[in-house]
Structure formats: structure tokens, C-alpha cells
Ligand binder design. Sequence first.
Ligand code: HEM
Length: 446
Amino acid sequence: MKPPGPGSIQFVLGARRQGFLSYVGSLWHQHGDLFQAKIGPRTLVFAMHPDAVERVAVSHRSNYDKLRSYDPVREFLLGDGLVSSTGDLWRRQRKWMAPFYTPKGVQTYAEAMLRDGERLVERWGDLAKRAAEVDIAEEMTFVTASIILKAMFSTETLDAIHQIKDAVETMIGFASNRMTSLPLPLWVPTGKNQKYLAARTLVHRLINEIIAQRRAMPESDWPDDLLSRMMNARDEETGQPMAESLLRDESITTFFAGHETTARTMTFAWYALAANPAVADELRAELDHVLGGRAPTVSDLRALPYTLQVVKESLRLYPAAPFYIRDAVGPDTLGGFEIPAGAGVMLSPYFTHRHPGFWEHPERFDPARWRKENESKQHAYAYHPFAAGPRICIGNNFSLLESHLLLAMLAQRFVPKLRTGYVPQWEMQGTLHLGNGLPMTITARD
Ligand code: HEM
């Protein structure tokens, strides 16, 4: 049996009228856990049940790959980096990169996280004196961009951080636009094409320069960052180093995948704390008790479980990656429905995390769900903010460490206050996004 769902025109109009997230939510209520939409000649299947996540991402993953759905990402943004590569190349790269991202491996970057966190504490201290309003989304994007650039390239200068950040953001906007519209070929000199090409040239040049500078130094002087580690890695079988173009693709991929998602998660956590004062009180009580006003270190984190629970609950209710897609290689059956070969299967952290069959009061922001005794009762695939299976986000430990540290540093000193009357406009723009930003006034705690 074919899955139920709207035709092409109905889907496009519905998504435009209602907004993508809200429209997909209404289709879920109407059709249940599996439904399809036609997008031109393509079939897009939405699968919300945790069992479908297990089948697509784990047990039947050989039938679900990153094929044509990822073409624009490969062509315009990430090349053969880890997010978009497939087959043997992906396997080899993942094996090379995995040791850099283990829970222990990511601790090397804690110093950069703490230094940038301190810089933000100082900045917010000044803002608090003036009771200034800022867009928290921008504050979080800048700090996470700065951290990932330090981790990758040991970049310290603010100017370089702004340059790379702005150019990669232009490339991201361009690539996601190509996925949702019918664009003109790249050789047509439209304003958008030219802006994209200029941004791509700049990013490639900056990264090539950093690699060349490093090659010109004795290896013993290379900084201990991700780029040096990638440049030092050798293929187990051939003994060959990573090709120059792959070094560049992996660098852009790490920057792309490694800052915006964490920035969004932190932004949504600030929103949730402002909207749930009892949670904010419990968080600050934990921070005061353990830290007593001093800055946290990595070894304090074990004693700050509630702080991490707040991050995990933000990732449940507001997952930065609300959907991820796989292309069905051959036909399959999901939830009793036929999935044709070539269909794009959309798995959705956003909706699985709100599934009433697996979450009590799913709309409630409740970090207590993440106490050990409660966590162990959950379905293994009801929570997948970082995807699942072998292609699970390689940076999940990095991101959790970063969010845990930053939240501890900032929440113990400041109470950002939401602008009166603010109503969040949740939007899907590749990642989950607040269309109207997050205007908050920074105030210091006593
Ligand atoms: C809250 C923060 C983050 C979220 C929600 C997140 C989410 C995800 C998701 C859902 C995927 C799967 C995408 C797909 O299969 O289509 C993914 C993959 C990936 N993420 Fe993250 N991510 C986060 C942070 C990071 C960080 C900090 C890094 C790097 C430092 C990173 C690097 C990657 C890479 C390289 C992949 C591809 C892995 C592979 O296919 O082998 N991510 N992420």
C-alpha cells in the first residue's frame, strides 16, 4: 500500500501558506506516522515513528544512502567532506576523523571553549551595565564560530573569524536555496551567483593559505588543532596523507556542521530558560552550589548534571536539525507502507521528539526527563537530535561539551530577559531557526 499524502501542488501551496514545519505537523496529525508528498517527479516520505528511524538509519541502512538529495550540498558547499561523502570514501574519512571526536579527544578543545566563553562573559558584563538588548542568536553564532575556527585552525583574529563566517554563511544560503527553488546555472551572472562565487573563492583561498603556511613551517611548530591532525593522518592501507582538496572539503564541512547547530541549540536554551523560570531557578541553584561564582572547568562538569539536562531537553524540543534525509536505493516497506526506490525519506527529530506515544506532555520543557532513571526508560530511537546509526553526528561530544561549558559560564552570571510581548517564530531554514531572532536584555545577577 502506498503512503497517504498530498500531491505536488497541494504540498507546495500548503507549505507556503502555513510554513513548512506547521504544515508537516498538520499532515502528521491527519495521516499518522508515515505519509508522503510529491515534489515534482520526486516522492518525499515523512517517517516520524522511532521504529522507522531504527530501520532507515541502522538495521536497513544499506538501502538508505545520501544520493541525489545531497547533490546540491556536494556541488555548492561541502564537496566530499564527511557530511556528504558516501561509500568507501566516507568509511575511510570517518575512521580517520573519529579519534578527534571521542569524549576524551574533544577535551583538547575545552581551553578554546573556556577562553571564548570568558570573552563573552566580559562582553555581557559591559552590555549588562547598559541594560543593552542584543539578538542572542547572533551572540551565540559568533562565539561558536570563533570556537570552531580555533579548534580547526587556531585562528585568533576577529577579522579572520568574521570573514570566514560571513562567506560560509553566504555559501550555505546559496546551497539551501538551490535545494528549494529552480535556479539558473552558475555561469549566468546573476547577483546571487556572483555573490556565491566570490564567497567560495574567498573561503577556498583562505583555507589554502592556512594549509600552505603550515606546510612552510617545521612540523614540530604546527599548532595542535584539527587541521594539523588531519594533515598528519595517514591512510591505514596506503600510508598516503589526505589530498589537498579533501583537507579543504573537510575544513569547510567542519565549520559548516560545527558551529551553527550548536549556536541554535544554545539560543533555544536561552529562550526555554526565559519561558520556564522554575527550570532557570533550578539551573542557577546547581551552578551556585557547585561553582560558587568561579568559572567552571572540565572536571566540574560531572557535578553539573542538570546543566547538561537543560541542553539535552533543548535538543529534544528544539532540535537544530529538525529533519535529515536519506534516498531509498531499492524498494522497502516502512510502517506497513511501500517505499519506492528513489524516494527521499525524511526522518524528523523535531516530530519524533514530540511523539505523544513516546513522550509524556511532549510540548513541556522538562529537563527532569534526562535524569538517569528516566532516560533509561525511553525508546532507543525516540531521541535522535544527532541522527542515529553509523552516520550519527561525529561532533556530538564536541557540541555537548561546548554547550555544557558555555551555559554554565553564562547562566551563573547573567539572566537574559526576553523582550516584552515577544512571540517566537519557529521556521525551518535548513536548520531550525527563529525567524524574528531572540531579542533579550542582558542583566547581571546580583
Ligand atoms: C547541537 C549541535 C549539532 C547537531 C544538532 C548536529 C546534528 C547532526 C545531524 C542530524 C547529522 C546527520 C546529518 C545527516 O545524516 O544528514 C550530523 C552529522 C554531522 N555532524 Fe553534526 N550536529 C551538531 C554539531 C556538530 C559539531 C560541533 C560538529 C563538528 C565539530 C559536527 C559535525 C558533523 C559531521 C562531520 C557530520 C557528518 C557525519 C557523517 O556522516 O559521518 N556536528 N550532525
